[in-house]
Design a protein around this ligand. Structure first.
Ligand SMILES: O=C(O)CCC(=O)C(=O)O
Length: 306
């Protein structure tokens, strides 16, 4: 049973749906991050052996302190909030990038069967403070709604809105499983560790599993889904994305068909009450992206040439 105080808020869930990731910094006991690094330094990281160890549990034998990280109530609370308390973990991997290592290949993990709802998470834990020269993980916000053949994605260069996860020790990036990401070159003298956990739903949601406020949560979601554009999408793409955000939210609330009922109508339809209140509150123009400087521009594309 997960204590309610460790569950996410509406605002955090909405952020996750919009961006495809959320950063958290649980209050780990002093020394835990250092212990994880020392154990990997001493015992090394296991090779992937899908036949004999399909979930890579040997990672936990090499660094047992990692269990404490993923069992921490704030981590479990965030996971339960997003994929239900009956989540099933299905992979632990330690990505150790040594000095001079780390390629740049955008990808989504696994085969190209994707979910626009929140069904699987990839959780990346950073036991060290990651500086820009240590080969941070890069993510592209809001790409969890996009499908691209992996071969093509691997050849893409920079995105205007890509983010390097230069984070303090003890940070976890809880990401939608389908978020585009890549390692990057480590030009420092230290090995950079990232421990990754895969986890997925075992049950369809029938009710919100986070700290949902029925009075304010939907209004907040509608407002933010309508106005925010961290993917710097064009207007055409953005209105589709708004729809997918709303569907993901409704799914998490247990309101999609096959849970308890019908798919609630899109809230920001012209003429609806929600539409006008949203416009009143924010003065935003509907379906036309006038925010975030979202205009087509030729952009330089570079790749690491080493
Ligand atoms: O090591 C990293 O930062 C990213 C690793 C990666 O690409 C992956 O987990 O699929």
């Amino acid at each position: 049973m997960i204590d309610k105080k460790f569950l996410l808020t509406d605002d955090q869930v909405v952020t996750f749906i919009i961006q495809g990731y959320l950063l958290i910094q649980p209050t780990f006991r002093p020394g835990l991050n250092e212990e994880v690094c020392a154990q990997f330094d001493k015992n090394g990281t296991p090779n992937i052996d899908l036949e004999n160890d399909p979930y890579a549990e040997e990672t936990l034998n090499r660094a047992p302190a990692t269990r404490e990280v993923f069992d921490h109530p704030e981590v479990r609370g965030a996971m339960a909030s997003l994929i239900g308390a009956a989540f099933r973990n299905f992979g632990w991997f330690c990505h150790a990038t040594p000095p001079g290592g780390g390629g740049v290949f955008w990808h989504q993990d696994d085969v190209n069967i994707r979910h626009h709802q929140v069904r699987r998470l990839t959780i990346m834990y950073y036991p060290q403070t990651v500086t820009p020269d240590m080969g941070p993980t890069y993510v592209v916000p809001a790409t969890h709604f996009w499908n691209t053949p992996t071969d093509r994605m691997a050849n893409y260069g920079n995105f205007r809105h890509q983010l390097g996860l230069t984070v303090p020790a003890g940070t976890l990036a809880i990401t939608h499983y389908d978020l585009w990401h890549t390692a990057s070159p480590n030009t420092s003298k230290k090995t950079r560790y990232m421990v990754k956990l895969y986890s997925g739903r075992t049950e369809e949601p029938t009710a919100p599993t986070w700290n949902h406020d029925p009075q304010k949560g939907d209004l907040l979601a509608r407002r933010r889904f309508h106005n925010e554009n961290p993917g710097l999408c064009s207007g055409t793409e953005l209105y589709k994305e708004r729809h997918l955000r709303w569907v993901a939210w409704q799914h998490m609330k247990g309101l999609l068909p096959n849970s308890d009922g019908r798919l609630a109508a899109m809230p920001i339809a012209p003429g609806s009450q929600h539409y006008s209140s949203s416009r009143r509150l924010h003065g935003a123009s509907t379906y036309v992206c006038t925010i975030h400087g979202c205009t087509a521009q030729p952009l330089p594309i570079w790749r690491d040439q080493r």
